[in-house]
Design a protein. Structure first.
Length: 402
């Protein structure tokens, strides 16, 4: 994009870890200015996550990726001078995003009621585990805990019982939903001048994202967990490949033809989607036996693709990074990094006008490295003003990263 779609939008970002930073990274990628508020001396704890950048012991790949394109201002929100500074800054921003446990923002004096009194058209988004209301609202939440509370962990159970997924889906879905709500609120404000308060729940994001059980169960149906019928994984020549036999009604006839058994599509045991679901284990073994006849995963994949059956090898992350499709799409983008020279981060997962939506710059290397610039630009703060805030303990200033 020549010009970011959200150019001119300024975001005050109080979020940390994943759900909130995922949301504000997407806003930044579209051109919004994102000012990340961090606690002096500590900052977002994911700066110190175990996955360190090579050669740089002070910043994690996690933080570098999720916070690319943002600025860092260090404010102590626990003292009145810090809270007053936030009230001054909010007059100059369009969006506030926070993911504190419900009730904490109010204790810090940076909740919606307080800040909307200062700027009535502010768009304020709260991301939390269970939402801002209800009996569980003030419970702390991480993705795997929310997965348990959502029923998704039960649905994903295998022979060893419930398991925690590697994908932190509750965070990512909540962050994406927050992004959509914020952009929608910005559009409404452009027409009406009205601000918004957006309450995003990780729990409800997971439930909304599930495609079968929560359509069936509320209407008297049953949930079926474990491996999904129609979604097969087979070992061919020492390599696992994934294939699909359910979904579109055209897939089953194609698969029967590819196996050289066109009569199966009319066999009473497999003729309907429900019949194939009931006999899924037998069907999966049948397809696996057929694929094994090809001897190599490459030949098996070629046969499936010839029949227009969706399929893919089960790749390792190392293989994914080098995958021709993702290389062609520029999915892993290089940005500058003060400690390593260059670092790769993921781009946003969509293109606009034929161009990838990329990070606008690196993550802030030091906690508070943009504090002085932000205060001078937004508030017209003088050197004396900044020195007074430092002396009061309201802010911390780091030299610009080089």
């Amino acid at each position: 994009m020549e010009q970011g779609m959200l150019d001119g939008v300024c975001v005050l970002d109080f979020t940390r870890v994943l759900a909130g930073p995922h949301c504000t990274r997407m806003l930044s990628d579209l051109g919004a200015r994102v000012i990340k508020v961090e606690r002096p001396g500590e900052g977002d704890e994911m700066r110190r996550a175990p996955l360190k950048l090579p050669g740089d012991g002070d910043q994690s790949t996690y933080f570098a990726r999720r916070n690319a394109g943002k600025e860092s201002i260090a404010i102590d929100l626990s003292i009145p001078d810090g809270q007053a500074l936030v009230a001054s800054l909010v007059r100059h921003v369009d969006v506030v995003v926070e993911n504190f446990v419900p009730g904490v923002a109010s204790k810090l004096g940076i909740d919606y009621d307080t800040l909307s009194a200062v700027k009535p058209d502010i768009i304020y988004c709260s991301i939390s585990g269970y939402g801002q209301t209800g009996p569980e609202a003030r419970q702390g939440a991480f993705a795997h805990v929310v997965a348990a509370a959502s029923g998704i962990m039960h649905l994903d159970s295998d022979d060893g019982g419930p398991r925690s997924s590697h994908l932190q889906a509750a965070d990512v879905l909540a962050g994406t939903n927050a992004f959509g709500g914020i952009v929608s609120a910005l559009y409404r404000r452009s027409r009406t001048g009205q601000g918004a308060y957006i309450d995003v729940s990780m729990l409800e994001s997971l439930i909304a994202g599930e495609d079968i059980a929560f359509g069936a169960v509320p209407n008297g149906g049953e949930s079926v967990g474990g491996a999904r019928p129609g979604m097969g994984v087979s070992n061919v020549g020492g390599r696992f490949i994934a294939w699909q036999s359910g979904g579109a009604p055209t897939l089953w006839p194609r698969l029967c033809a590819a196996m050289g058994r066109p009569e199966l599509q009319h066999n009473a045991d497999f003729a309907t989607a429900e019949a194939r679901r009931e006999r899924w284990h037998a069907l999966r073994q049948m397809v696996s036996d057929w694929l094994a006849t090809y001897g190599t995963p490459e030949a098996a994949l070629a046969a499936l693709r010839e029949a227009r059956i969706p399929c893919a090898p089960v790749l390792t992350p190392e293989e994914v990074v080098a995958a021709p499709q993702l290389v062609a799409r520029g999915t892993f983008q290089e940005v500058s990094h003060a400690g390593n020279g260059r670092v790769k981060v993921t781009t946003s997962p969509y293109w606009i006008d034929g161009e990838p939506v990329q990070a606008t710059g690196p993550a802030p290397y030091l906690i508070g490295e943009h504090t002085t610039d932000i205060l001078r630009e937004l508030l017209g703060a003088s050197n004396e003003d900044i020195e007074a805030l430092i002396a009061a303990g309201a802010i911390a200033v780091a030299p610009p990263a080089t």
